[in-house]
Design a protein around this ligand. Structure first.
Ligand code: GLN
Ligand code: ZN
Length: 760
């Protein structure tokens, strides 16, 4: 019985890659230094999987930034503006596409399905020239082979690649991207030929778009692509891997009838229908890669349950054709539990990170083959039982409160009347300026937080250092003449962790990092039990900040849906139950802030959209409970208290009515990096009555926007939005930027707002 891993985290157990990348970008180390760190990481990952006994070990799942960008590089599909002149794509061009450079902005980045990982969106058109321009996959295959590990090279499949891309600038919006299939397949063929020559016997194509709702035309493209590749692939075992949901019945049929494909990978954790589909018809002689071990969460697998699923599948596909696998790449979970020294042993016994999941996969494969490790299975069963019965998991009071959700939880007055009442108190100019919350997190600031956490400095010293930082940020904003201020979030290292640490029902890891984009990682808290808020969380800092200025100071909270979506969530009750519990906790905080005199409160829901299920049939249900959870947080406050919310990185047009239904007074929203797609919804006539601040510049790039450029953006917004509802703000928080970038950028932003005010 064989075992397989779909993909593995690339950052390293202690984020080695992150630090190597950032030091290289800062010019503090050389390309060779960076390559050395990467090579060592790859080697240790391959060795670890080989030692665990995994048969099908992936390669080319490492990336210096993103696997979709790697595919763009492989295909030589570099957008013209990067002035690439051909040849093997090096770090210069690669990182310019990813991050922009002094003169050219970065490519767009967007969420990878419903995860918190972001990929770089390919920009393609009829004139895009494709040529084999990055030999990374082949090089990695050879590198592993030299270490004695025969790997399965992994690619983004050609159809998913095209379906995830967008028409380049200047190309008509309706351009049929799938028409480029015949142009990219020759490059895939070249790569395949090279891999064969290098000795590869397996190849994996990730085609996650197969889990989406696809029309017949798109499905036909799958058949066409893999038929076209058939002769190139002959002699290789070909695995098509799907994940994040089950594959719809129609697509399942198309997929399993591809004659060039010899193996199919399915997510059996999120794919609730898949087992039935497989039972209703799986092609004879093909391999089934059964993804039973959850790649999206940190819970130890229920091995007994998985084993019985696998046994049922074995009866369908045959003993020698069943391969035990993970539900998706393990890059969406934390790296290694071994590095968690602070978690108590009870909670630890409930968990498995990537390294432990590799062992689970192998243990399941061995058990199926009749070599069950009884002690290992018994320990697992005991941990499962302790989690089910632990008093730390259940809090009767919270269960009761969360069940009391009969009402719609809507503010009594409508938004335009509320805005009038608020304006009387706030007296803001037209096109009010604000920022999203965080200011740069300097090395010094991080040091202060770290030393406080490690008890190296006293609470007093800590509080005074943070106060001083807030006062600097307040002064700066006053100098810049920003209208609604923020305290800068110096006390937070992360917008979810900060709240999770103060709520009950949460546990924290020391190194449970998951890649978000490029070198950025997040460390999601673990929600293991019922959630409640024992004490106020932000009131002290917000009050302190407000006392430093006569301008309105925004209270700054993370919303329930974002806390949920950016945490590892318990899998023993429905997600919405957990979300309502968090909403009730945040509601208390909102009310305490209001009572402390805070007049503007921002409740970030950066991650609301990314929780959207992949399949349309499930959207309405999710949006209903997600939007409801947001409303719970502020349903009982005064008309004069202004509720802001903020969202980033998404395409909102399809959920605009849900956003309106959140009933916030003001929303600030990512806009500049997605080509102002957002505005088109208003162009198309959606009426938006609340305040709205589509970001006027991209904070994810070091580039400083000019006043003219920002003014131009504001004018574009004014063409579709009423003057009295428009706010002027950046795309997102400023914590990853440097002051040398933030000061001039915000100076230009305020000048642009003032300039336009004089023209109204
Ligand atoms: N208030 C947060 C900040 O400014 C929002 C971050 C986010 O939207 N991702 O950092
Ligand atoms: Zn944001």
């Amino acid at each position: 019985m064989a075992s397989h891993i779909v993909g593995y985290p690339r950052m390293g157990p202690k984020r080695e890659l992150k630090f190597a990348l950032e030091s290289f970008w800062d010019g503090k180390s050389t390309a060779e230094d960076l390559e050395k760190v990467a090579t060592d990481l790859r080697a240790s990952i391959w060795k670890q999987m080989a030692d665990a006994g995994i048969k099908y070990i992936p390669s080319n799942t490492f990336s210096y930034y993103d696997q979709v960008l790697d595919t763009t590089a492989m295909l030589g599909a570099v957008p013209e503006r990067y002035s690439w002149t051909g040849g093997e794509i090096g770090f210069d061009t690669y990182f310019s596409m990813a991050r922009g450079n002094a003169t050219v902005p970065a490519m767009e980045m967007t969420k990878w399905f419903d995860t918190n990982y972001h990929f770089i969106v390919p920009e393609l058109g009829p004139n895009t020239k494709f040529s084999y321009s990055s030999h990374k996959a082949v090089n990695e295959y050879k590198e592993a082979k030299a270490l004695g590990v025969d790997t399965v090279p992994v690619f983004i499949g050609p159809v998913s690649y095209l379906l995830l891309s967008k028409p380049a600038k200047g190309v008509e919006k309706g351009f049929p991207l799938l028409s480029l299939l015949s142009s990219i397949l020759p490059v895939y063929k070249e790569v395949i030929a090279e891999l064969k020559a290098a000795g590869a016997s397996w190849i994996q194509f990730d085609e996650p778009t197969l889990a989406l709702d696809l029309d017949a035309h798109k499905l036909a493209a799958f058949s066409a692509a893999y038929t076209e590749l058939e002769s190139a692939l002959s002699g290789l075992n070909v695995l098509v891997e799907t994940y994040f949901a089950d594959v719809p019945a129609e697509s399942f049929k198309t997929l399993t009838s591809l004659s060039s494909v010899t193996a199919y990978g399915f997510d059996l954790v999120r794919g609730t229908q898949t087992v039935e589909l497989i039972k209703s018809g799986f092609p004879a002689g093909k391999y089934l890669f059964a993804g039973v071990v959850d790649g999206r969460n940190i819970w130890a697998d229920d091995l007994a349950a998985s084993l019985s699923t696998l046994q049922a599948l074995e009866a369908v596909v045959g003993k020698d054709k069943l391969v035990v696998s993970t539900s998706c790449s393990l890059m969406h979970t934390a790296v290694d539990l071994v590095n968690e020294t602070k978690l108590d042993s009870e909670i630890k016994s409930w968990l498995a990170f990537a390294a432990q999941k590799v062992v689970e996969v192998d243990a399941l494969a061995k058990a199926l083959a009749g070599q069950k490790d009884e002690a290992y299975f018994a320990a697992n069963a005991a941990a499962q039982a302790s989690r089910r019965s632990s008093p730390r998991v259940t809090n009767e009071e919270v269960q009761k409160a969360a069940a009391l959700k009969g009402s719609d939880h809507r503010r009594a007055t409508n938004v335009s009347a509320r805005l009038d009442a608020q304006q009387k108190k706030l007296n803001l100019p037209v096109l009010p300026t604000t920022t999203i919350g965080s200011f740069p997190q300097t090395v010094e600031l991080r040091r202060v937080r770290r030393e406080y956490k490690a008890k190296k400095i006293s609470e007093e010293e800590y509080v005074s250092a943070i106060k001083e930082e807030i006062s600097k940020v307040v002064k700066l904003q006053e100098e810049l003449d920003i209208d609604v201020l923020v305290h800068g979030e110096p006390e937070r290292n992360d917008m979810v962790e900060y709240f999770g640490e103060q709520l009950s029902g949460f546990a924290f890891t020391a190194n449970g990092w998951v890649q978000s984009y490029g070198s950025r990682c997040v460390k999601p808290p673990i929600i293991y039990g019922d959630v409640s808020r024992p004490n106020p969380m932000t009131v002290f800092w917000s009050k302190t900040a407000q006392s430093m200025t006569s301008r309105p100071m925004k209270g700054m909270l993370t919303g329930p849906v974002t806390i949920l979506n950016w945490s590892f969530v318990r899998n023993d009750q429905p997600r919405f139950e957990t979300c309502y519990q968090i909403a009730l906790a945040i509601k208390k905080e909102v009310e305490d802030l209001e009572a402390a005199g805070i007049q503007v409160i921002q409740i970030d829901e950066a991650a609301l959209r990314e929780g959207l299920p992949l399949r349309k049939a499930e959207h309405a249900f999710y949006l209903d409970w997600a939007v409801h959870s947001f409303r719970i947080t502020n349903c009982e406050i005064k008309d004069t208290t202004q509720i802001h919310t903020h969202m980033c990185y998404s395409n909102f047009n399809d959920i605009i009515h849900s956003i309106i239904n959140m009933d916030a007074d003001v929303i600030t929203i990512e806009n500049s990096r997605s080509d102002e797609k957002l505005l088109s919804v208003f162009r198309e006539g959606v009426k938006y009555g609340a305040g709205i601040g589509p970001g006027v510049y991209d904070i994810h790039s070091p580039r400083i926007p000019s006043t003219e450029e920002i003014a131009d953006r504001i004018n574009k917004m004014l063409a579709v939005l009423d003057t009295n509802i428009l706010w002027v703000n950046p795309d997102c928080g400023l914590k990853t930027r440097k002051y040398t970038e933030v000061k001039p950028a915000l100076t230009n932003m305020v000048s642009a707002a003032k300039l336009i005010r004089t023209q109204l």
